[in-house]
Write a protein that binds this ligand. Sequence first.
Ligand code: 2AM
Length: 179
Amino acid sequence: MSGFGKDGRVTRLFLAVWPPPEIVERLAALPRTEQAGVRWVPPENLHLTLRFLGQADPEDVDASLGHLELPTAEVTLGPAVSRLGRSVVVIPATGLDELAAVVRDATAMIGQPLDPRPFAGHLTLARLKHRAACGVAGAPFRATFPVTSIALVESTQTGRGVEYTTLGRYVVGRVPGTP
Ligand code: 2AM
C-alpha cells in the first residue's frame, strides 16, 4: 500500500478494479457515437467498482484492507454491451463476487452504508439522460483477465468532468507482508 498522505483528508472514495491496458484499448474501440443525452466514460476512467464508499478517510480503508488476504479473481466481461437499469450502459462482468464480498465485509463500517442490493459486476461505458437511445447496446464484447490488485480511488469533480486518482493498491492472492 502506498500513496497516502497523513493529513487526515476526507474524500469521496471507491474501491475498484482497473482493467489492463489491452482491454481498455478494446473497450475504447467500441463505437462511441456522440449524441444528446449520452455521457461516455473516458477510456482512462473505465473501471469495475467493488464498493462505493463516498466520503471516507483513506486511512480507515487502509486499516481495514491493508492486512487482509484478498481472494484471487478472474474477470470475464461480456457477452455483449447491455443496460443496467434504464440509464447505465454497461458490459456485465462475472468472477468478482467473492472478492467484492470480502471487500464489502471488511469495509462495512466505513463511508456510506452498504448498498442493500446484491453485487452486480459491471463496467460502465456510458450514462444516459432522459432514456436516450445508445447505438452500442447489443454489440458483442468478450474478454477475460486476471485481477492482480484492487485500487482505492479518489473521485474529484472538476470543470472538465470527473477525475479519478488511485491512492493505493492492494495485491490479491497473498498475505500482506509476505513475498
Ligand atoms: P458504476 O460502477 O456503476 O459506474 C465512482 O463514482 C464509481 O462508483 C462509479 O463508477 C459508480 O458506479 C460507483 N457508484 C456506486 N454508487 C455510487 C454513488 N452513490 N455515487 C457515485 N458513484 C457510485
